[in-house]
Design a protein around this ligand. Structure first.
Ligand SMILES: Nc1ncnc2c1ncn2[C@@H]1O[C@H](COP(=O)(O)OP(=O)(O)OP(=O)(O)O)[C@@H](O)[C@H]1O
Length: 476
């Protein structure tokens, strides 16, 4: 079998040699470069299948590296090694098109898993930020990718009268061009509803572009949303399309809109009023045809009173409102969602779990589900993984559900994970204890594989590392 070629760029000779030996032992062809320019030069002249680069190189930083690498080969997956505390950088490198980032201290096995994962994906899946690179053909490809991922997703349509009413509103508004505001707590399915609106519109064959305004780094937000022209700021080495342009003809979903900076609110108002955008650093307007759906879990009226959200935008976007109930207030839909998530988890994990024991149903009905559908989905997935019989039993449940459920004083649950009365009932301590127990349990199930463990826990690897650090669980 042909060996894959990995290019490792790091000025730390020890790390380079360690990784080189490790990957060679695992049957990879390894090329090493100690400077950014050297690595780029190599890519220009020879083929590599994947690049592993340190964020801090003597001649370039990680942002410049990704941009330069993608200029040579937009399809090549890039994994960036960052310092432990550089969470913001890590988020930015992903936005710039890196496949993944790993934090120091590095674990070669963890990097190997990521490399295998990246190389097993079809090329189109790897082109996360194709829009970074201008060109009509490329935009088409990124739209195809979005459509493909939409088709793979299957949603459950709950049947309670309130859920049916929501579905009626979705069906009513979908075919129009109205701006829709979706309100609901985190995890209630706001993005799913936004997708349904898109799917039910004449725009369904064009892109659905979700943007989490809460996760946009301040200094990159304008360029992410509206694009930039070459030379607009240091590091803007080529033109870049923003989310509005990528969504042209389709739907742009602005999640957590309350987090948009004042400056970007002003720009958004222009799009809403005139349907044009102006790229950062450009002197001319570009027309866009985008349907806008926004979501928030904060009360925008209060934000408006506080002066953090502009009144004119509020009234512009407030054309049609859909409010999603938290799961604790829509328990009639619980069993339908449980069955749906159970089927998915069985398929994903190759298991054959048929349902929940009666006692577990009682716990599920009592529990307040602060993370809503996302929490339910993760809890079912973990329980299916843990289940040894046809029915999920109480011992298979994530510990935090049992802890919070027992704290709520439920008489029916007979929890055997009761909190010791002598122990602190301070919520922070309880949470720390529950999280530590859940993390340790999952790490042992996942054979200490952090990527897998993070997946089971329903968090990203960065969050898992932060928790491991916080609770002193990181191995030396
Ligand atoms: N109708 C549904 N059918 C199947 N899964 C769903 C449905 N609604 C939500 N989910 C699942 O629940 C999880 C949370 O949904 P979603 O991301 O849409 O919530 P959200 O309200 O946008 O969350 P946040 O405010 O945190 O961004 C996702 O994994 C999603 O796939």
């Amino acid at each position: 079998m042909k060996k894959h070629k990995i290019l490792i760029i790091d000025d730390d000779v020890d790390i380079c040699m360690l990784l080189k030996r490790f990957f060679e032992r695992n049957n990879y062809d390894v090329k090493v470069a100690f400077k950014g320019a050297e690595g780029i030069e190599f890519l220009k002249n020879q083929k590599a299948d994947i690049v592993l680069t340190d964020f801090r190189l003597p001649d370039k930083d990680g942002f410049q590296m990704i941009e330069a690498i993608k200029n040579v080969n937009p399809n090549i997956p890039v994994i960036v090694i960052t310092g432990y505390s550089d969470v913001n950088q890590a988020v930015k490198v992903i936005r710039l098109g890196a496949y993944e980032y790993v934090t120091k201290p590095i674990y070669p096995e963890e990097i190997l898993l990521l490399v295998q994962d990246a190389l097993s994906k079809p090329k189109t899946d790897l082109v996360e930020n194709e829009e970074l690179n201008e060109g009509e053909g490329k935009e088409e490809k990124s739209e195809t990718k979005l459509r493909e991922s939409n088709e793979n997703e299957r949603f459950f349509l709950p049947t309670s009268s309130s859920a049916k009413n929501t579905q009626r509103l979705i069906n009513l508004v979908a075919p129009t061009n109205m701006t829709v505001v979706i309100l609901g707590e985190s995890g209630t399915g706001k993005e799913v509803v936004a997708r349904m609106i898109h799917e039910g519109s004449a725009r369904k064959d064009k892109a659905f572009v979700p943007v989490d305004c809460g996760a946009l780094p301040q200094e990159l937000a304008s360029s992410e949303l509206f694009g930039h022209v070459k030379g607009a700021f240091t590091g803007a080495t080529s033109d870049k399309k923003g989310s509005f342009e990528i969504a042209n003809g389709g739907t742009l979903f602005l999640d957590e809109i309350g987090n948009l900076s004042y400056e970007n609110q002003v720009k958004l108002l222009r799009v809403l009023q005139e349907r044009v955008i102006r790229k950062v650093g450009s002197e001319r307007d570009t027309p866009v045809d985008v349907r806008i759906v926004v979501a928030t879990n904060e009360d925008l009226k209060i934000a408006m009173q506080k002066g953090t959200f502009r009144e004119d935008i509020y009234y512009r976007i407030n054309e049609f409102k859909i409010e999603l109930k938290p799961l604790r207030e829509s328990k009639e839909d619980l069993s339908g969602f449980v069955q749906f998530f159970l089927n998915n988890a069985n398929n994903e994990l190759d298991k054959f779990v048929e349902g929940l024991e009666e006692e577990v149903w009682e716990i599920f009905n009592e529990y307040s589900w602060p993370g809503n559908l996302r929490e339910l989905k993760n809890a079912i997935k973990l329980s299916v993984l843990m289940a040894e019989n046809k029915l999920i039993s109480k011992s298979n449940l994530p510990i935090d559900i049992l802890n919070l459920q027992s704290l709520s004083g439920n008489k029916n649950a007979h929890s055997d994970v009761n909190i010791d009365k002598k122990k602190s009932l301070n919520l922070k301590d309880v949470t720390a204890e529950a999280e530590t127990a859940a993390i340790l349990k999952v790490l042992s199930i996942a054979n200490n594989n952090k990527t897998k463990a993070a997946d089971i826990l329903g968090v990203d690897r960065k969050t898992l590392y932060n928790k491991l650090n916080l609770y002193g669980l990181l191995e030396e």
